[in-house]
Design a binder for this molecule. Structure first.
Ligand code: ZN
Ligand code: ZN
Length: 162
């Protein structure tokens, strides 16, 4: 929530500026112009230094003049006033962003194009044909006769030579 002054309902960009504003506008002694930090601080100052009783916060809007409330910047603001402030801000932002909200917050899932998952229907058929085209196992290297080997002729007897 943006800093705002409870006493006069003004908006501020920075809480430091808000505090300076409160000290200058709402917590300043009207007699010696000393800047105090809170309403009660101002009341005590005026009572002790000037013997004067302060019964309302200077420059405050009607209903926000309670000198007893210890408000410093955004601290100490009564909860009901914080809630009221939040409601007011929400109404303001809803009015200014009404068109924008209608465009993108209500229909988050409304896509123009179908998602990529819509057309994934490919049949798995790979590896099927490869098994059918397997040729018969060729008989390689038949067990043929050993080369040479048995001659069929008995060795000649030496006696037959002459
Ligand atoms: Zn103010
Ligand atoms: Zn004073």
């Amino acid at each position: 929530m943006k800093p705002w002054c409870w006493y006069c309902n003004r908006d501020f960009d920075d809480e430091k500026i808000l505090i300076q504003h409160q000290k200058a506008k709402h917590f300043k002694c009207h007699i010696c112009h000393k800047k105090l930090y809170t309403g009660p601080g101002l009341a005590i100052h005026c009572m002790q230094v000037h013997k004067e009783t302060i019964d309302s916060v200077p420059n405050a809007i009607p209903g926000r003049t309670d000198i007893e409330l210890e408000i410093y910047g955004m601290e100490g603001i009564p909860e009901k006033d914080m809630q009221e402030r939040r409601r007011t801000l929400e109404q303001k932002s809803q009015e200014s962003q009404k068109r924008k909200n209608q465009d993108d917050s209500d229909e988050d899932d409304d896509d123009d194009e179908p998602g990529p998952s819509a057309q994934v229907a490919v049949q798995p058929q790979a590896g099927y044909a490869a098994a059918l085209t397997q040729p018969g196992i060729p008989v390689a290297g038949a067990p043929g006769l050993p080369p040479g080997g048995y001659q069929g002729m008995p060795p000649m007897m030496p006696g037959f030579l002459q």
